[in-house]
Write a protein that binds this ligand. Structure first.
Ligand code: CAO
Length: 416
């Protein structure tokens, strides 16, 4: 089966999570992704949090499927020469080194553009170019703090909180993938490559868009009526942490179900969608609430919204999270069980759709990963194992025209 990105060659000069998440996505869709790694060690995540001695860690295998691995010391002259050859033949180079590392290696944007004017050079950095923090190295949680997620996540009486979702890493990688695909389409029109840059701070902020909305509303009217602080609590001059309130204007909360005393995930998320008040009352067996002026409108409900949630919890007390959702779905109420990683890993629907996949690996046996969350009518992205360190070195060098003897010499020089 041909894939949309067949024939697109990508030099994957990425490591850890933000960059690898981007190139993995492009590899699923058919791109020939060649991961360039330091001989001997490779991407640091190969060794991070290992669960099997001497086998690549899951951190690496889950972010580098469908790629090739070429070991290359790009600080050695022999390594630089190989990289230059690869650059001349490639469509995209993706990197997420610390600030200035690529320049120090001798591969500035100007040099790359000179070597291959058609190539797209895509970078992730913590902060955008010219930002007053643009010299900083950045990891996930740093980006969540710098992009507004931490100050608006968690409970109002606790500290700023980090989300488990990789808003700084994989999210930035997804933004970069969109940038690369856009630049590839642009190249079809102009024949020219360009530089595509995404910062982790900007990508986090992009997902915190509604919080910037709330900052402006707060400054104008002094309160945010969908936050738990309204109407009984105090508002300061910055968007507060709203606990588990819905961000989009539909009040909601995480509610206890049967078994919560012993199971820390026996909860559902329940949304009180304004126009669905009648079905909510019917589902809860509270028909008297439908026309009661104290309950009828969202505005009337807000002052005692937590009492309403308490009543719903009483209704939930003899129902598991799955039983509750099975009842509420019939009334069109937006809700879901709070699912654990164990439940997701074994979810038959996610297995059937290819969102959770089991991948055979040469050294590990098989491992679970998250497959493509993007589904196509004409293509089912297949997930293949991440490469062993340097697994494709000979193959890639041979494709660049290196003879067996020359490859041997590169090995002797410890350049590959
Ligand atoms: N051959 C030779 N040298 C290589 C090489 C190769 N194949 N691959 C990398 N290197 C070198 C780099 O050239 C750099 O050398 P210098 O610093 O001497 O110029 C060196 O390895 C270290 O690179 P680095 O700064 O990227 O690595 P680090 O571990 O110190 O920092 C990180 C890691 C992630 C903080 C940093 O890369 C960064 O800020 N990246 C941008 C933001 C980002 O993507 N962060 C998300 C990471 S996921 O949580």
């Amino acid at each position: 089966m041909t894939k949309p990105l067949d024939g697109i060659k990508i030099i994957d000069f990425t490591h850890v999570q933000a960059g690898p998440a981007c190139t993995q996505l492009l590899a699923w869709f058919g791109a020939d992704v060649i991961k360039v790694e330091r001989p001997g060690s490779g991407d640091v995540t190969r060794n991070q949090l290992r669960d099997i001695p001497d086998a690549d860690a899951l951190y690496f295998t889950m972010l580098n499927s469908n790629k090739k691995s070429l070991t290359l010391d790009t600080k050695k002259p022999e390594g630089k020469e190989v990289l230059e050859k690869l650059i001349r033949e490639s469509d995209v180079l993706v990197e997420n080194f610390g600030p200035g590392a690529l320049d120090r290696m001798g591969f500035s944007w100007e040099r790359l553009n000179e070597l291959n004017p058609k190539m797209i050079v895509a970078s992730v950095k913590g902060f955008s170019d010219g930002h007053h923090y643009d010299d900083l190295k950045v990891y996930e949680n740093v980006a969540q703090c710098a992009g507004g997620a931490a100050s608006t996540t968690g409970f109002w009486d606790g500290p700023p909180t980090i989300s488990a979702a990789a808003l700084g890493d994989s999210n930035t990688g997804m933004h970069l993938a969109i940038g690369i695909l856009t630049a590839l389409l642009g190249r079809d029109k102009t024949g020219k490559g360009q530089k595509v840059a995404v910062s982790m701070q900007d990508s986090v902020l992009n997902l915190c868009r509604v919080k910037l909305r709330d900052q402006q509303r707060l400054e104008r009217v002094g309160y945010l009526e969908e936050y738990p602080q309204y109407p009984h609590g105090e508002f300061g001059d910055v968007v507060p942490r709203g606990g588990n309130a819905g961000g989009g204007g539909q009040p909601g909360w995480v509610l206890k179900c049967k078994g919560w005393e012993t199971d820390s995930n026996a909860y559902i998320y329940f949304t009180i969608q304004g126009h669905a008040w009648e079905p909510i009352c019917k589902a809860l067996g509270k028909p008297e609430w439908i026309d009661d002026p104290a309950y009828r409108t969202a505005e009337a409900r807000q002052p005692h919204i937590f009492e309403i949630f308490k009543t719903i919890e009483t209704w939930l007390a003899d129902k598991t999270k799955f039983e509750a959702v099975d009842i509420l779905r019939k009334f069109d109420i937006p809700c879901a069980p709070v699912l654990t990683m164990k439940e997701l890993a074994n979810d038959p629907s996610l297995r059937a759709s290819g969102t959770i996949v089991e991948v055979p690996h040469k050294k590990r046996g098989s491992y679970l990963t998250v497959g493509s969350p993007i589904k196509f009518s004409d293509m089912k992205p297949e997930v293949t194992a991440s490469p062993l360190l340097g697994e494709h070195t000979d193959e890639v060098l041979a494709s660049l025209g290196y003879s067996k003897q020359e490859i041997f010499n590169l090995r002797e020089a410890k350049a590959v």
